[in-house]
Design a protein around this ligand. Structure first.
Ligand SMILES: *Cc1c(COP(=O)(O)O)cnc(C)c1O
Length: 374
């Protein structure tokens, strides 16, 4: 196996999921977003582990992601969170994905695709309550429900919304979330008053799960929390599932004043020893971290120096390091720098870090239960 690799600790994923279950109680279903290859963790493996650990639903962003899960033999209900093109609808129907719909044209297209296949397609109605991305307004919800119910080949299995600031505990953000939830209940009431069953209700992302009990309804959709990053203080204890490792590939002495890497942005301030690491921005070690981020070797942190290259980077080990070639190096992992700290150094969020660990970085799956889903 390549020196640069990630370890996916499935046992930690299970524990994080159990923490969510304890928090929300036995009733709400858990839908696990496994979009973007399960935030970079591997969709098929995370999906199998999640279902085994008590999740009932999965969610993806693209039809291709849904196909990958079906090919892996996963039969659980799968929500399709982002709108597909009309020409992708036959595949949505054949895979049995459950799209979020919100407008008349798309409902008609979806019904047509289901009819052509001689099947019934379950859809969920998406109400936009303040995220501003996709969805109908609360006032239109009853009318859209009527459009769906009128179609013989569609069923309205659920009604959903998405929260924009549920992860923030700032008072004005908490108030905004309350307003979103009130608008959602208003839309759902409209559907019921018109005589339709809205199906299962769901609106909670990780922030909703942690901070807004009134967003749990019949199903929750926590992502980042299950991958082990807290959406804010007050979250149940979670542990990062992904560990990003490499090894020292080469060591060399450099003299004071010698320049290192592209652009000569760093020159040795004193005689020192550098380690060359076989990991670069093509693996997800963003170039923007050049000079701003440490790696951990045998429990001590060493700064990355000079530009991070596509496939390699350099760490300054100091003049007299007790480190040998081939030593294990942690880029982020337990007991040292986390992906959340790496994200902070870049002005981004841990989602973007784990999603960008490239395909060429092999994933190793560890599960204390001994079963390692493929
Ligand atoms: C990605 C996503 C989620 C999960 O969000 P987290 O912040 O990772 O918990 C939930 N719902 C929808 C619609 C999403 O797109």
């Amino acid at each position: 196996m390549r020196a640069t690799r990630v370890i996916i600790h499935l046992d930690r994923f299970r524990r994080n999921l159990q923490g969510v279950r304890q928090k929300i109680g036995p009733k709400p279903r858990i839908c696990v977003p496994v979009k973007a290859d399960a935030y970079g963790h591997g969709a098929a493996q995370i999906a199998a582990t999640a279902l085994d650990a008590g999740a009932a639903w999965l969610a993806v962003a693209t039809v291709g992601e849904g196909a990958e899960l079906r090919e892996a033999g996963i039969g659980a209900p799968i929500l399709l969170l982002s709108l597909p093109l009309p020409e992708e609808l036959p595949e949505v129907v054949s895979l049995g994905l459950i799209p979020l719909v919100a407008d008349r044209d798309f409902i008609r297209e979806a019904a047509g695709a289901a009819k052509n296949a001689g099947k019934t397609l379950e859809v969920h109605l998406k109400i936009d309550t303040g995220m501003g991305r996709q969805g109908c307004s609360p006032g239109e919800a009853a009318e859209m429900a009527a459009c769906i119910v009128r179609e013989k080949h569609l069923t309205l299995g659920g009604t959903a919304t998405h929260l924009a600031v549920a992860d923030s505990s700032a008072p004005e953000d908490a108030a905004y979330t309350k307003k979103q939830l009130a608008r959602f209940r208003e839309g759902v009431e409209g559907i019921r008053r018109a005589g339709f069953d809205p199906g299962i209700l769901h609106g909670a992302n990780s922030g909703g799960v942690v901070f807004h009990e009134d967003s749990w309804f019949d199903m929750v959709r926590p992502g980042i929390l299950l991958y082990g990053y807290s959406p804010g203080p007050g979250a149940p204890e979670v542990t990062p599932v992904m560990e990003f490792l490499t090894r020292v590939m080469f060591m060399k002495k450099v003299k004071q004043g010698e320049a290192v890497s592209y652009g000569r942005t760093w020159t040795a301030p004193r005689d020192t020893v550098l380690a060359t690491l076989p990991v670069g921005y093509a693996d997800g070690l963003f170039r923007g971290l050049s000079g701003k981020f440490p790696v951990t070797i045998k429990g001590a942190r060493y700064p990355l120096v000079g530009r991070i290259c596509m496939d390699q980077c350099m760490a300054d080990l100091g003049p007299d390091p007790d480190i040998r070639r081939w030593e294990e190096v942690t880029i982020f992992g337990p007991g040292t720098v986390t992906a959340a700290e790496m994200a902070a150094a870049l002005g981004t969020i841990p989602y973007e870090i784990t999603c960008n660990i490239n395909k060429r970085v092999p994933r190793m799956y560890l599960d204390s239960r001994g079963s390692v889903p493929r």
